[in-house]
Design a protein around this ligand. Sequence first.
Ligand code: M6R
Length: 589
Amino acid sequence: MCGIIAYHGPRNATEIIVKGLKTLEYRGYDSWGVAIKNNDKDFTIKKIVGKITESTDVDGMPKSNIGIGHTRWATHGGVSEKNSHPHLSNSGKIAVVHNGIIENYQEQRDFLIKQGFKFESETDTEIIPNTIEYHMNRGYDFIDAAKRSLNHINGQFAIVVMHSQHNQIVAIRKEAPLVIGVGKKEFFIASDIPAFLDYTKQVIFLEENDLAIIDNEDLSIFNFKENLVVNRKTTSIDWDAEQAKKGDFDHYLMKEISEQADVISKVVSLPAKQIKDIANEIREAQGIFFVACGTSAHSCMNGMYLFSKTAKTHVNFCVASEFEYFTHFLNKKSLVIAISQSGETADTLAAIRVAKERGAKVISIVNVMGSSIMRASHKTILQGAGPEICVLSTKAYTSQIAILSLIAHELAGQQEEGRSKLKELIRYIYYLTSKAMRDHIKELSERLRYTQHIYLIGRGLQHPTALEAALKIKEVSYIHAEAYAGGELKHGTIALIDKGTPCIVFTSDRTEKEIMSNASELKARGAYIIGVGPKNNELFDFYIKVREAEDLNSICQIIPMQILAYQLALLRGCDPDKPRNLAKSVTVK
Ligand code: M6R
């Protein structure tokens, strides 16, 4: 939620920042802005409402070695130029970009107004440069004033500040992501690594309450909670700059859907020892809870079915935002398994915090190395799915299910069998993303493009598949899609089924009899039935054949649905990579 990029070094900061913002746009695209430090010691500011387009160039913007930029997902204050970042202090000398929420902003704003400060925007951010200025007016230097400001600001935030008459950049992290890219005599600060991956793979993950000062070629880090200067190690990232680009694809969504065979082969090569270790933790725990949000929550639901069937292990599942209402069951023997692509989702982090307060152990499955969830967990399995840029989660989802299936097999004493099953699937996944499949689904998307509602049903493992397929369709094509466990529709929602209502029915050998009887109930009301599964049926008006893969049906059956969502988005003129109102990492509760 909101993307930050800053640069300090010998290259043209403007170019790096604009390019970085284009890469970070998946974090928010209501508006964007940059502040570039001029040689004559003031800033050039550019703020634009809307997405930073491919064509945005830096012509007319000054060349400089220091600058900050921001792409916004609006929280406090509407989408407007004046609410866009960077925000300046009253004197215009301090510029700030911010991701997160300042909880006490109203109080601090009232205080500053009493001191004579004026505010132009409706944002919580504007109090930050002015609080720093307030301290500078009282005689503190820039760095000290920035440090002192933190005593007046509560909330979760990542902040980058610069001053027009100083050569320093200050970066502050408190419960919102911020990484530093370390180049040769240059530094990058960003919300996410892909923003500077073209220039360096050496990164420093700031810890909670770190305040980093970049002063020409020097970097120093001060932890404001511990009140001491700290050393943070530099880590080498194995992501490739090309992985974070669209390559020959028109959209990240289709690129990432197509990468799923490779992603599964990454899971196949996870060390057996690591899977064993996690399975041992599960065996030893008394009370296991899966927590996550959105698509990752659907992975958890898959995990619940997989653990129950394959590993005969009971797990509880709770969406992360509701977890705090169940914590009385947690104790030192409980195990919480948190799943997150970004590793930054605020609700999931909050659930982890509550679990740890109660003494529970936390294991996470995350895709982003060094992320907050990874650092808050006792142990982590890194998904290795590579950067997922599209706001829709696709390859991260199938990789999470593959990992859960490996763990379930290990719990059943069959890790190698689990690995072989995944391996066997890889070639088939290539087929599922092939042109033949895409063309077939195109026919369906043309039939569905003007529809207003789609209902989806599945039983067993096909239930989370139906939920995930509905989420994909909704978030990118804006068609209302609602998913149910097969048996549930007749308990109320069937009232909405009318002549021609599209209903997607996910089948499998194990659930065929029951789900087909649910399909007949829909057909009897005139529904247009789309079957997805191993066997065709006379009830189907449209059929997508997906071969039987038993426990791995969820991986196979979701792929055609991801493609359907993509094609519906294209036909309906929606942006497949940046759906309206959404952001990739949801870093606010
Ligand atoms: O990064 P996370 O996996 O924690 O993100 C959780 C959800 O915000 C995310 O899956 C969201 O639902 C996606 N837009 C789904 O495509």
